[in-house]
Design a protein around this ligand. Structure first.
Ligand code: HEM
Length: 485
């Protein structure tokens, strides 16, 4: 097999560039707002000011769903931007997805802040319909409908991706590079973006369909209380969707690392059997592993918990190893040009690798039973999402900006980089330390003994949020002249 794919790159037209720019602005703006909401929650837990507990849970609901949604939007943006260089994707679908997303966001914000819906981002049945007077059915319906609209947009988006890839490569197996992986084909393998996008649409289409089904069932249960859903099935469906969708967001952002790092190191990203095999294996395991979120549900069939437990130790490893070792191999002694883009992408790989340890610990039944309802869990997933996913999104933003304006970072960029990285590490360490000391998660009001973790977390979170504001202002000021390919 030739080591590097040599597929010709298609140019991006101006409407596609404007579409990607609109995604970037929406993604970063939502993230910054959600990070400010996160800071407010952390500061309230630290008793820096008094926050009404009802409002705390509305904010927690919006922060959870807002970050999940923005991660989805940002991941889709990166995937679309690079994939569009190899296959013909529809710009109309790109725009339609954004339109549905924004409409969904308005409904969700209305449901939470006007209707006071605070049932958590994962809307776990039967909570939306059982608010004990805290919110109305209308508020819950607005939230669920908003999510349904967002899901519908993403479904069309991934169907278009499947159409374009399968149309060009002819079959699913060719798009995944199986002839090169399992056979003796000497043809160049598909580009990294195509392999990754094929895994992603294969995971996300069933994930979104399952998510949409449980959303509709929840909506029905709001207005027909005599209609009951099996609560265990509802939880399985919700977590299948949430797990697959969130893993997909990081996987999509990785495409930025595969595509951009080589431009800084001068070395192509190797697409070998390890790469192809790793993507196929991780894609399959992401679908199998979701019961790791249900390890505390003793009513689950035992074999599913065993699958969840065993697969959770290995499911992310193939893609993680390919990406982290691939990045180290790509960078090592390459004479890389360090700048904001390469720095943020490299840091993202470190953040992802660091996130594995608390994640694997939490996915071990004996640890999970003690730690799962503590702040160890937000510590673990914020490591992946803040340190890794958000870093890749900012790295991509700098990539677009530096393509247009040159790669010289200003002092404010460099200050932002260090505030973001040090603040991010401190913020997650405060969660992990709190979790290790037994501080429960999702508590609006904290005991005096826990404040030390909350206060440290608040200071570090403030550093991260300041950096995110700096990055956002830099992008808004510099990216308004169009997006370069
Ligand atoms: C500086 C940035 C951030 C701050 C200060 C922050 C703060 C918080 C806080 C205080 C909580 C509640 C923790 C608890 O259970 O006691 C939380 C939950 C959460 N955060 Fe963040 N966060 C930030 C960034 C992010 C990012 C980047 C993501 C995802 C991409 C994210 C996703 C979530 C989710 C999904 C929850 C769970 C909500 C729930 O348990 O229902 N956060 N965050």
């Amino acid at each position: 097999m030739k080591a590097v794919s040599d597929t010709a790159r298609l140019p991006l037209d101006s409407s596609a560039r404007r579409g990607v720019l609109a995604y970037l602005v929406a993604t970063i703006a939502i993230f910054v707002l959600m990070m400010i909401f996160g800071l407010l929650m952390r500061a309230a837990q630290a008793q820096a000011f008094g926050l009404d507990t009802g409002l705390f849970y509305q904010i927690m609901t919006v922060h959870g769903i807002g970050t999940v949604g923005a991660a989805g939007l940002g991941g889709a943006m990166i995937c679309w931007y690079f994939l569009r260089h190899y296959v013909v994707l529809s710009t109309a679908v790109l725009v339609l997805n954004l339109g549905l997303f924004v409409t969904g966001v308005v409904l969700i914000l209305g449901g939470a802040f006007l209707g006071e819906f605070a049932g958590g981002w994962n809307f776990l049945y039967p909570l939306p319909a059982m608010s004990q007077g805290a919110w109305s059915n209308g508020a819950a319906a607005a939230f669920l409908l908003g999510l349904l609209l967002i899901g519908s947009g993403f479904l069309v988006f991934y169907l278009d991706m499947a159409r374009a890839i399968l149309g060009k490569y002819g079959s699913f197996s060719r798009a995944l590079g199986w002839p090169q992986l399992f056979g003796t084909s000497d043809a160049p393998p598909p580009p990294a973006a195509v392999v990754a996008a094929t895994v992603i649409f294969t995971m996300n289409i069933p994930g979104i369909l399952v998510g949409a089904t449980i959303l509709v069932l929840n909506l029905v249960s709001l207005y027909a209380p005599e209609y009951r859903i099996d609560a265990l099935m509802a939880k399985n469906m919700t977590y299948f969707f949430g797990h697959v969708f969130m893993n997909g967001t990081i996987y999509q952002c990785l495409i930025a690392v595969f595509e951009i790092m080589p431009r800084h190191t001068g070395r192509p990203w190797k697409i070998n059997k390890w790469f192809l095999g790793g993507w196929t294996a991780s894609g399959l395991m992401v679908i199998l592993v979701y019961p790791q979120h249900l390890l505390m549900d003793f009513v689950m069939p035992e074999w599913m918990l065993i699958v969840g437990q065993v697969v959770s130790w290995v499911h992310g490893l193939p893609v993680l190893l390919i990406s982290v070792f691939g990045t180290l191999a790509n960078v090592h002694r390459s004479g890389i040009r360090w700048n904001m883009t390469s720095g943020l992408l490299f840091f993202a790989m470190l953040g992802w690798a660091a996130g594995v340890f608390p994640g694997v610990a939490d996915a071990t039944i004996i640890v999970n039973q003690v730690m799962h309802n503590t702040q160890w869990v937000p510590g673990h997933f914020h490591t992946y999402f803040l340190l890794s996913l958000v870093s890749m999104l900012f790295g991509f933003g700098y990539h677009l900006m530096m393509d247009m304006h040159g790669d010289k970072a200003s002092l404010i960029d460099r200050v932002g980089f260090w505030l973001f990285t040090l603040g991010g590490f401190g913020f997650i360490l405060a969660f992990l330390a709190g979790g290790a000391a037994g501080v429960p998660r999702r508590y609006a009001v904290h005991l005096a003994e826990w404040l030390v973790y909350d206060r440290a977390g608040t200071i570090f979170a403030a550093m991260s949020v300041t950096a995110a504001l700096v990055f956002m202002v830099r992008f808004l000021r510099n990216l308004n002249k169009g997006v370069s390919s």
